[in-house]
Design a protein around this ligand. Sequence first.
Ligand code: IMP
Ligand code: MG
Length: 183
Amino acid sequence: MTAMDADRGQLGGQKIRDVVFDEATVQKRVRQLADEITEAYTPEDRLLVLGLLKGSFIFMSDLVRHIQLPLHVDFLVVSSYGKGTVSSGDVRLLYDASSSFEGRAVLLVEDIVDSGLTLERLLPRLRARGPTSLEVCALLHKRVRKMEPEPKWVGFDAPNDFLVGYGLDYAEDFRHLPYIASL
Ligand code: IMP
Ligand code: MG
C-alpha cells in the first residue's frame, strides 16, 4: 500500500512514508498473540493485563477482546520521550495502576521496544510488587540491542525507522491510524 492509498481522510494532509504493517496483517497477528496468551495461562492465574499508556491503547483493546480467559485490565502511564524521537532513558511514572499485583499473573502490554530502557527501568519496580509472574507482550520490537529478559511475546520485528499508527505517535499525532506506518 502506498502512503496515498493509506490516506482515507485520516491523515488530512499529514505525510507518512510507507505503510509497514497494514490493518489486516496487524489484526491477524494480534489474534495469534491472543491465542498464544490464552494457551499460556489458566483462570487460576487471575491474569492482570497491564497496558503502558498511551502507546498500547489500541493494541491492548484489540488483544484483550481475543483472550479467552477471565482477566482484569489496568494501566500505567510512563513518560520517557517528551516530544523527541530519541529515548532519554529517564522513565517517569506519571500514573500508577491501582490494582494489587499479589497472587496475580501480570502481563505488561507495550507498543514498541526500541532501546529497551523503558522496560529495563520499569520491570524491576513491577516485580517488586509481588506478582506470581510478570511477562511482556510487545506489539513491535526494533531489536536495537539484546534485552534481559526479552519480551515473551512480540507481534512483529520492526525496521529501525520511526513508526506511527495503531497507538504509536509522533508528538501525539497519528495514534488513531488502524495500520502501522513509517515517517
Ligand atoms: P525504549 O525505552 O527506547 O525501548 O522506547 C520505548 C518507548 O519509546 C515506546 O513505548 C514508545 O512510546 C517510544 N518509541 C520508541 N520507538 C518508537 C517509534 O518508532 N515510534 C513511536 N514511539 C516509539
Ligand atoms: Mg510508549
